[in-house]
Write a protein that binds this ligand. Structure first.
Ligand SMILES: Cc1cc2nc3c(=O)[nH]c(=O)nc-3n(C[C@H](O)[C@H](O)[C@H](O)COP(=O)(O)O)c2cc1C
Length: 286
């Protein structure tokens, strides 16, 4: 089934970590561009936008390089089968205090960050360079950014890029594709993957987003387990579970955010046939 034109809640509810792809069906270039276009609009502190991505079309790779990239991910089935691999990195240079100053000054210019709250170009520079306290109403960037160590920039760049990945997986589903995030490479292969992809030394590997048309059904055996709402979300303090209104739950079911849980009937057979199709053992031990 082609999945298109879904509303937001259905996109979120329909996403699965796809582990079986139609390895023979290429993905349209436009759909990959669509994913990248969406990634640009992820939010992040100071509008730093530290994410970088290298799109790799599996079938255009030199066979030896393809094997090396697959070996780096331990030959996981989804990676072998997916025709497009989006390698996502974080650039810590984009999260240095100077970058923050430049981009927040731009946010003042475009009217996003209100001067009414105390933001000004001079205050931003004073706070970052000389730790001058910011007025109430403006973020306390003097504490956050003055003398920021390089390791902290790396952490910020990495965590903001992880956030962007949460958006790009939804973009893939919205485009009617299956997708899954994996580690770019086992730790001792990361440097080699960076070399193969020609990325600058200082970029940090985040995740590789595998993209293709799913070989499993859209439901992929049902929604995967989640921890109970009440032991995850609280109000006021961490001892008081957030009161979950059954009416909202019903709405979420109607809007297809909440779907039938895994395992759906027939999933074992589906997995058996997929394994047979791709030449994997049909029933390995638990
Ligand atoms: C950053 C990240 C890395 C992941 N790495 C793998 C992986 O290497 N292999 C795999 O089979 N699944 C991987 N997954 C999928 C998770 O196991 C999956 O998201 C989780 O079981 C929840 O299922 P769902 O995404 O279908 O809701 C990864 C997921 C994320 C977000």
């Amino acid at each position: 089934m082609e999945v298109t034109e879904m509303e937001f809640l259905e996109v979120v509810g329909t996403r699965r970590s796809t582990r079986w792809f139609k390895t023979y069906q290429p993905v349209e270039r436009e759909k990959i561009q669509e994913i990248l276009e969406v990634m640009r609009w992820t939010t992040c502190p100071g509008n730093l936008q530290p994410w970088r991505a290298v799109v790799v079309w599996r079938d255009e790779l030199d066979p030896d390089i393809r094997e090396e990239l697959l070996q780096a991910d331990n030959w996981q089935g989804a990676h072998v089968q997916a025709p497009v691999w989006i390698y996502i990195f974080a650039d810590p240079e984009a999260a240095r205090p100077g970058s923050f100053a430049t981009s927040t000054q731009q946010l003042i210019e475009v009217g996003a960050v209100p001067t009414a709250y105390g933001w000004s170009k001079t205050r931003i520079v004073d706070a970052i360079e000389r730790a001058v306290e910011t007025p109430a109403g403006m973020a306390a960037i003097n504490e956050l950014l003055h003398d920021l160590p390089h390791e902290a920039s790396a952490t910020i760049a990495h965590s903001e890029t992880v956030g962007a990945c949460a958006v790009t997986v939804l973009a893939a589903v919205n485009a009617g594709l299956g997708t899954c995030l994996h580690m770019i490479a086992r730790p001792n292969k990361q440097a080699r993957v960076k070399e193969i992809l020609g990325v600058p030394e200082h970029w940090i590997p985040v995740w590789v987003q595998l993209v293709g048309y799913p070989a499993e059904g859209v439901e992929a055996g049902g929604q995967r387990p989640r921890q109970p709402f009440e032991s995850t979300f609280f109000e006021g303090n961490a001892q008081t579970p957030f009161r979950r209104d059954p009416k909202v739950v019903e709405k979420m079911e109607r809007e297809k955010l909440l779907q039938a849980p895994a395992p759906l009937p027939g999933r074992r057979d589906e997995l058996m046939f997929l394994a047979r199709m791709y030449g994997y053992p049909e029933d390995q031990d638990d």
